[in-house]
Design a protein around this ligand. Structure first.
Ligand code: SF4
Length: 124
């Protein structure tokens, strides 16, 4: 196995937190929409998913993962796709595979202070 392909194989430890997620008990369609999901339904699903995330014991880990890796799709850590896009575009943080591996398990540096400035009154 080459060094490059070793980097692309997630370890059990890297993903272990996901099995503790509150989303495990809910339909995945609430967290990830398809192309043909009507806009209104998508927004309702996102609101419900964000609400579920609010009671999740691994919310911060999930959020840090999503921000650190630039997850583009779905609700992660109580943040919608658009919310993460706004946060990341503002931070202008480009990440590499090395960054992802180094940051795995760490708190994303901009994750701590985003609620007050970025999420007030916004769910999209
Ligand atoms: S924060 Fe949300 S998306 Fe992440 S594991 Fe918890 S319930 Fe699932």
């Amino acid at each position: 196995m080459s060094i490059q392909s070793e980097r692309l194989v997630p370890t059990v430890d890297f993903w272990a937190w996901r099995s503790l997620g509150a989303c495990q008990e809910h339909p995945i369609e609430l967290f990830f929409h398809s192309e043909d999901t009507p806009r209104g339904q998508r927004r309702r699903n996102e609101r419900e998913a964000v609400s579920i995330c609010g009671d999740c014991p691994v919310l911060q880990t999930c959020r840090d993962h999503a921000l650190s890796t630039g997850e583009r799709y779905g609700v992660w850590g109580g943040l919608t796709e658009n919310q993460r896009l706004r946060i990341l575009s503002r931070s202008r943080s480009l990440v590499s595979v090395d960054d992802v591996e180094r940051r795995a398990g760490e708190r994303h540096p901009i994750s701590a202070g985003i609620f007050a400035s970025d999420l007030a009154g916004s769910s999209d």
